[in-house]
Design a protein around this ligand. Structure first.
Ligand SMILES: *[C@@H]1O[C@H](CO)[C@@H](O)[C@H](O)[C@H]1NC(C)=O
Ligand SMILES: *[C@@H]1O[C@H](CO)[C@@H](O)[C@H](O)[C@H]1NC(C)=O
Ligand SMILES: *[C@@H]1O[C@H](CO)[C@@H](O)[C@H](O)[C@H]1NC(C)=O
Ligand SMILES: *[C@@H]1O[C@H](CO)[C@@H](O)[C@H](O)[C@H]1NC(C)=O
Ligand SMILES: *[C@@H]1O[C@H](CO)[C@@H](O)[C@H](O)[C@H]1NC(C)=O
Length: 951
């Protein structure tokens, strides 16, 4: 939610205003001291007669109701028995629109929330509940049941995401439906009294997209602007599931059908930068404000408890006078609104509210744990928590079994996200700290649809297979204390089940069907269409993908010290595939290839026997499943220019929307790049050896991109910039629309036209773009904006026009192909989130993938990554290619080209095949779990990276 919080324009809140106390009658005092706001029936008001010595019916009722509330306050939320299916039902199920037939999923490979069941099973479910899971060999028979033979496919429980904001902020995103953070200054940084359920919109299309990724249950949280942000609520990701199939919020709730008083409650809180920035306090200010709130809550809780003790004693032994006087004299200090305001904080102290804290940094965890001890509440989970890996023992020592709900790779978007570590999941789980991957959904890059992708990434960085699967099923369910209903696929659990087309941790694992409360939610025709280009071979392999190979520091040191020397020779054996031109491409099934490299030149690339004579006396690197790829090229709006996205002290800066388009003031990235940082470390482990980096800009004009090397071994003085000026960049669309200058998209288009006409004959950088000497790259997502660009290209065919971004490009794919306009697609796994992208493709299993449509239309395209903190994802560039390849039916070579040769061609880089960077991998980089062994710089022949590491 950092995007929403970026605004520095949020006014500081006025001092907290205390409302004058309402005049309080005895009745309201008694009732409200108990936190009961709604049970008064008007007729009692007339019966009330405080002076009567006989207890009125009302007084008796008030005492009983009070005692009932005292009792309820002490009772934990109900856990339902789950031992047998018949012992419970799914309260969400209804007879008119709920699952109406008994379904058998036959011959399933089942991950049941804990483990992968040894033998294939048959799963029977009925009325939204799993009835039985039995050995498939027994072939269970139930007359009238609807049977689906899955032939051994994977089934998991519906995934559980413990951090999402969909429904509070609907797709397409509009400011008028952004109800996530209660930031009105009248309230200030403490809003525990608001409830996210009051913000939900039961028509959010994102819900359907999320469910299509297998995510069936989500904890919907208020945003993180406030120290206490309000109460959260758990939903199932299915719209119109009620009797009348209307958009009803109540029917979204996991606990729909359960009595309101039995439902679980959750509090969202936040530490660190957000409340600090929004309310202009320091961390010490934040701590005091929070402690003061809890102290007051404690005081009120004590008053409630005292009342309860006395009331119980009086009920047992008291005489009429004593009771009447007790009810009369009950505290008049607190008003109804006090109890409305403090109810959830008091409930926190009673252990009735699960506490979920947005908290990143070691000092913030420590402080919050200290507060939890001071006031006696338990923290259910720290969210985001990107530094938690630095202090697992401190977190464990709290004794609270705090879950770390985190991202597997997203980071660097602000200081408190700067310690993001790809190995965090492994480190935390090695220390026995429960981890749950979570989305933070509303933007495309936090799209909850791809929750499982995070578990898969975590797994590639050594989170064991079962823990990775648990991290998106049973762990979040346990953390949220809903593991009696969801997170497992066992008899008695809600029938939320996902059928996968492959092992769930493989690149591009797709849900073929998602059952929620027993009802199928995907349209099989659409699923089939979305997968129409997929070659089915891979889906038969039931094994988990491999994890990245690592080597000890000694082995690394020994190898790297040798090969990194100038003029060195080395031999690599065990290569199965190569994507370099002019050499052997693939090993025969029985053999593998050997490569001998001398001073960066490939002397021999053939069978081991043929290369044997040349490999003498050189260090030998022995691989099992070696792959050789060209060095990949990213197109970035950040790498080398910003270390921490939102901290300008770490970046070159960002061109404002008011920047003109005068060629005299044009910005050149080559003057601002630094060739180091954490983004570079991630680029290297992704085999990305070069980046075309454009200046950062909020508006229409961006400037001139430069070509840099990512090895970190070069500076800007000795060849780190391989090409000074690559392309001229502009941006057209809602994001870049200005306020004063270029306030409309139409004015952006006409300015672009003017720039072309006015500079066509001029000797400046715009002149080069106008006459097609260098590419004119325009960031555009909306299909109508792209059509405007097609018209420009039709009128000025000399232009070397490139679309960057391209959410809407599949919608005009034929026209782009005809106009010969290439696309650098950053919407590979995009989403119809922004209004201007509302027609863009959500991707399989709901639609074909963008890459499939572009491929079919014959558009020349490449892939890159764009967005907030894009450098934290940059190592996934080859994985994106693997993902695209699956749905577009591309060969591995074509996939590799999407992130290498196609980028070079489109951006006009002139790379000689013999001077190409190449990278040797262990494993297939189009799949999770491959690692870079070494990279060679094609220009100087030096080994530019050797077993690079991300941290
Ligand atoms: C069950 O529901 C499905 C879809 O919701 C519907 O097509 C079918 O006719 C229903 N069957 C019965 C027996 O009501
Ligand atoms: C389950 O499916 C697998 C793969 O198709 C098949 O080999 C096996 O015989 C099936 N088992 C049963 C019990 O049908
Ligand atoms: C800690 O929490 C995790 C996940 O919620 C759960 O699996 C584990 O059993 C808990 N451990 C203890 C000791 O309660
Ligand atoms: C199945 O996949 C695993 C992991 O990717 C791989 O190690 C194994 O060789 C594959 N097995 C087959 C038969 O392809
Ligand atoms: C394009 O414009 C640049 C800058 O004015 C000039 O140097 C170059 O010769 C022009 N090329 C063509 C093909 O007109």
């Amino acid at each position: 939610m950092y995007k929403q919080l970026d605004s520095e324009a949020i006014p500081p809140p006025p001092r907290r205003q205390y409302r004058p106390k309402l005049p309080v009658s005895i009745i309201t005092t008694i009732l409200f001291i108990l936190g009961i706001q709604f049970v008064i029936l008007p007729r009692y008001v007339y019966q009330m007669s405080p002076s009567e010595m006989r207890l009125t019916q009302f007084q008796l009722d008030a005492l009983d109701e009070g005692l009932r509330k005292c009792q309820a306050d002490r009772t934990p939320p109900i856990q339902y028995p789950v031992t047998t299916a018949s012992s419970r039902s799914n309260a969400r199920w209804n007879p008119s629109t709920g699952q109406n037939d008994t379904i058998i999923l036959r011959n399933v490979t089942l991950f049941d929330g804990e483990k992968i069941v040894e033998n294939a099973v048959d799963i029977v479910f009925k009325k939204g509940i799993i009835e039985s899971v039995s050995d498939a060999a027994q072939s269970i028979l139930i007359p009238g049941a609807n049977v689906f033979d899955l032939e051994g496919k994977y089934v998991t429980p519906g995934l559980v995401d413990m951090h999402s904001h969909h429904l509070t902020n609907t797709w397409p995103l509009l400011s008028s439906t952004s109800d996530t953070n209660e930031m009105n200054p009248a309230f200030g940084p403490l809003t525990p009294f608001v409830r996210i359920v009051d913000s939900l919109k039961a028509y959010d299309y994102a819900t359907t997209v999320i469910a299509s990724g297998g995510v069936t249950t989500s904890l919907i949280l208020p945003g993180s602007a406030n120290i206490m942000g309000g109460e959260a609520v758990v939903v199932k990701n299915v719209l119109k599931s009620g009797d009348n199939e209307e958009f009803v919020v109540e029917e979204l709730l996991l606990e729909h059908g359960e009595p309101v008083e039995n439902r679980r409650r959750y509090m969202k809180m936040a530490c660190g930068e957000n409340p600090r920035r929004v309310y202009k306090h320091t961390r010490m200010g934040n701590a005091y404000i929070f402690r003061k709130q809890m102290e007051r809550a404690k005081e009120l809780k004590d008053k409630q408890d005292t009342w309860c003790l006395k009331a119980a004693a009086l009920k047992e032994n008291g005489n009429v006078a004593a009771i009447s006087s007790f009810l009369d004299s009950a505290s008049k200090d607190e008003s109804a609104t006090d109890y409305l305001e403090f109810d959830s904080s008091i409930a926190m102290l009673r252990g009735k509210v699960g506490i979920n804290v947005h908290c990143y940094e070691p000092e913030d965890f420590e402080d919050m744990i200290k507060h939890s001890k001071e006031f006696g509440f338990r923290i259910q989970a720290f969210h985001h928590a990107l530094s938690a890996w630095q202090v697992p023992e401190m977190i464990k020592a709290s004794g609270e079994n705090i879950t770390i709900a985190t991202f597997s790779e997203f980071g660097f978007y602000k200081k408190e996200a700067y310690e993001a570590n790809l190995w965090a999941g492994k480190i935390l789980s090695d220390h026995g700290v429960p981890i749950a991957y979570k989305s933070d959904h509303v933007e495309p890059e936090t799209n909850a649809k791809y929750l499982l992708f995070q578990a898969a990434t975590g797994h590639s960085f050594h989170v064991p297979e079962l823990l990775a699967l648990q991290s998106v099923t049973s762990v979040p369910a346990q953390s949220m204390q809903i593991d009696h209903r969801v997170g497992y696929a066992r008899p008695g659990y809600d029938a939320d089940l996902v059928v996968w087309d492959s092992h769930p941790l493989l690149v591009g694992a797709t849900a073929l069907q998602v059952y929620i409360d027993g009802k199928p939610t995907l349209d099989p025709k659409k699923v089939e269409e979305s997968l129409s280009s997929v070659q089915v071979t891979s889906s038969k392999n039931l094994s988990a993908p491999i994890m990245r190979k690592t080597v000890s520091a000694e082995i690394k040191e020994e190898l790297c010290s040798k090969v990194e020397k100038a003029g060195t020779k080395f031999t690599v054996t065990g290569i199965r595939n190569s994507y370099l031109e002019g050499h052997a491409a693939a090993a025969a099934a029985s053999d593998s290839l050997t490569m001998v490299v001398d001073s960066g030149k490939i002397l021999c690339f053939d069978s081991s026997s043929k290369c044997a004579s040349m490999s003498a006396d050189s260090p030998i690197i022995t691989l099992e499943n070696g792959h050789v790829l060209p060095g990949l090229t990213a197109v970035s709006a950040q790498l080398g220019l910003a270390e921490i996205t939102t901290d300008s002290a770490t970046s070159d800066g960002e061109l404002k929307k008011t920047a003109g388009a005068d060629p005299k003031h044009i910005v050149y990235a080559k003057y601002g790049v630094h060739l180091e940082g954490r983004g570079f470390a991630r680029a290297k482990i992704g085999g990305v050896t070069r980046s075309i980096t454009a200046p950062m800009s909020e508006g229409f004009t961006s400037g001139v991109s430069t070509g840099i090397k990512t090895s970190g071994k070069k500076t800007i003085l000795n060849g780190g910039i391989f090409q000074d000026d690559v392309a001229v960049h502009f941006s057209i669309g809602q994001e870049s629309k200005g306020t004063d200058s270029l306030p409309t998209i139409s004015s952006e288009i006409s300015t672009l036209r003017e720039i072309i006409v006015e500079n066509e004959k001029k000797d400046n950088i715009y002149g080069k773009a106008a006459n097609g000497t260098i590419p004119l790259v325009v960031h555009a997502d909306n299909e109508y904006d792209i059509m405007q660009l097609i018209k420009i290209k039709q009128e000025y065919p000399q232009l070397n026009l490139v679309i960057y971004g391209g959410y809407g490009s599949p919608l005009v794919a034929k026209e782009l192909a005809e106009a010969k306009i290439p696309v650098i697609l950053t919407a590979n796994r995009g989403a119809p989130a922004a209004f201007e992208a509302k027609n863009s493709l959500p991707g399989p299993p709901l639609s074909r993938s963008p890459a499939a449509v572009l491929t079919e239309a014959g558009v020349k395209y490449a892939l890159s990554i764009f967005g907030e903190a894009e450098t934290s994802h940059i190592h996934n560039i080859p994985i994106e290619a693997g993902w695209a390849a699956k749905y577009a039916g591309l060969s591995a070579k074509q996939a590799v080209n999407l992130v290498s040769r196609n980028v070079e061609d489109i951006m006009g880089l002139d790379v000689e095949e013999t001077k190409r960077d190449f990278v040797v991998w262990e494993g297939n980089p189009l799949e999770f779990g491959a690692s870079v062994v070494l990279g060679v710089d094609g220009e100087d022949g030096m080994v530019s990276m050797c077993w690079p590491e991300s941290n």
